[in-house]
Ligand binder design. Structure first.
Ligand code: ADP
Length: 525
């Protein structure tokens, strides 16, 4: 009753000490993994956004440089805004994406279009005037910002049929006199020729940057000519509202990178768990075995002390009675003598086993191999056992194969193995007093069978009965005393001879123990 509770206790402690924290840690880690996935993704996305911001910024920088250039050439006069001769032409030559430059007064009137390419006005003065008058609130806003010394450059209209976009800004003379100015540029050309370099730099072989039209998604420019993959982040361009810049990681996307990292972390976590659990299992098993061994040992001590005390008490009692000479009847006296002999035999058998076991345990049991006639050894043991067998009501069936060749073995050891097994057959047989001893040769091996019709050995104990101290627990063979050493010693002896013990048993029907000798190697021919 005590054992299962203790082992369960150990299991419970292991479970509480290791398994629970492990479980909590695993759950915590797994939930943390998805949090760290979104954390990593967020940081990456922020980095991508910064790259896109810098692209927007550099487009704006170029436009701002142009605006500054136009402002520096501007000569405000009474007649209206004007430029030194040749200024506009030079400007257009330097910046091929720009088609024309225009100036108007701050009300959007008195427009002069300067240095249009090929001498043609692309915009048309009248159309530009109409456009500017329609943008009154925007112009007021730009003037207000300019009063605060801030120059904003804004796209004024959707691209026209020629693919041009007008960027508008406010200039201010040294005396603070404002005027409107703008340039018309082919924005897709601007992206392909001017922004491209900046984008290639920003991509740095790590990202793929693209610029595409928002209306139809068509790619205007890309830093990588491979198949178009959806950008992970995109931003509308400040200067060209119909265009957007997109960015993605070259190769795997951030999510794929994060996922594969998480998958790897999960595998490591699971492996760690498996290793830890296997460790617990090994500890649990060895503790269980240790406890089982301790239990067997303590059973052994109480069994042995009982086994020693009972025959000693009997011998002493019978001997004292005989000594006092009170027994008149001869038959009674004979009975007492034979009991004393029987108990002495039992005692010496036990002491023999104990001594042999301690020698085997210490690895100090010597075996003197000599040529033997196995049948003769079997007969000798049966003869010495005869009175005991008779007393117990057994008349053994003996079938020995007389053609057995000699065997090289230790006589005393083989006797001992036989005695232990015969003794068990008698001890455990109960009401069915059947004993058959056979010898012979089978498949190149010499054997001695000892068969009984006792309670048999349940399958789960067939290996364990050979373990040191092991005894099948009750209700198996109640009343039969023993130390749990007999079969362990017999097996050790057989193995020391290069042999083994086979066991066939059906519970309720009996058992057959077979001592198997590898005689081919042992023969003395
Ligand atoms: P023990 O001193 O207890 O007999 P053994 O090592 O000889 O120790 O046997 C181990 C256990 O195997 C015994 O306690 C008994 O439960 C079982 N056993 C051995 N031989 C027989 C048998 N012939 N029939 C039934 N049970 C047996």
């Amino acid at each position: 009753m005590k054992k299962p509770r203790t082992i369960r206790g150990v299991a419970l402690i292991l479970l509480l000490l290791v398994l629970l924290p492990l479980l909590v840690f695993t759950v915590y880690e797994i939930s943390g993994l998805s949090a760290s996935e979104s954390f990593v993704t967020e940081i990456y996305h922020r980095q991508l956004d910064i790259v896109l911001f810098s692209i927007n910024q550099s487009a704006w920088d170029v436009a701002n440089t142009w605006a500054t250039g136009i402002e520096s050439g501007w000569r405000p006069s009474e007649e209206g805004p004007s430029f030194p001769p040749g200024f506009a032409g030079e400007f257009l030559d330097k910046n091929p994406a720009v088609d024309e430059v225009f100036i108007a007064d701050s009300a959007g009137n008195r427009i002069s279009v300067l240095g249009e390419r090929g001498g043609e006005e692309v915009s048309g003065r009248a159309r530009l005037a109409a456009k500017l008058s329609g943008e009154k609130p925007l112009i007021d806003h730009l003037l207000m910002l300019s009063r605060k010394n801030y120059r904003k450059i804004v796209p004024m209209e959707q691209p026209d049929s020629a693919g041009g976009v007008v960027l508008l800004f406010v200039m201010r003379s040294l005396r603070g006199f404002p005027a409107l100015a703008g340039f018309r540029l082919r924005h897709e050309q601007f992206v392909q020729e001017i922004l491209a370099e900046r984008m290639r730099e920003a991509a740095a072989g790590e990202f793929i940057l693209t610029v595409f039209r928002l209306s139809d998604g068509e790619r205007i420019f890309t830093t990588d000519e491979g198949p178009a993959a959806r950008p992970e982040r995109q931003k509308q361009l400040w200067l060209f509202p119909d265009l957007a810049a997109g960015i993605r990681l070259r190769g795997e996307t951030i999510q794929q990178v994060a996922r594969s990292r998480i998958a790897r972390d999960l595998v490591i976590l699971v492996l760690l768990d498996v290793v830890l659990l296997s460790g617990i299992w090994v500890v649990y098993r060895s503790v269980r075995q240790e406890m089982e061994f301790v239990r067997l040992k303590s059973d052994f001590v109480s069994n042995v002390s009982h086994e020693l005390r009972t025959p000693l008490a009997l011998i002493r009692m019978y001997a004292e009675t005989l000594e006092m000479g009170r027994l008149g009847e001869e038959s009674k006296r004979q009975e007492y003598y034979s009991t004393i002999v029987k108990e002495t035999e039992r005692l010496s058998h036990l002491v023999n086993n104990l001594l042999n076991f301690s020698r085997i345990d210490a690895g100090r049991r010597p075996y003197a191999l000599v040529p033997l006639d196995l049948n003769e050894v079997v007969r000798g043991v049966l003869d010495s056992f005869a009175p005991h067998l008779r007393n117990e009501g057994f008349s053994p069936v003996v079938e020995l194969d007389d053609s057995l060749p000699p065997l090289r073995a230790d006589r005393e050891a083989v006797q001992e193995a036989l005695i232990n097994i015969l003794d068990n057959a008698v001890k455990y047989s109960g009401a069915e007093k059947f004993l058959r001893v056979r010898s012979g040769i089978r498949a190149g091996e010499m054997y001695v069978d000892i068969e009984d019709h006792g309670p048999g050995i349940p399958p789960e104990y067939r290996d364990r009965v050979f373990e040191t101290f092991f005894r099948i627990p009750l209700p198996h063979a109640p009343g039969a005393k023993g130390s749990g050493l007999g079969l362990a010693i017999a097996l050790h002896i057989m193995q020391a001879h290069g042999g083994r013990i086979d066991l066939k048993s059906s519970p309720g029907r009996g058992s057959t123990f077979t001592l198997v000798f590898r005689y081919e190697h042992n023969t003395d021919h």
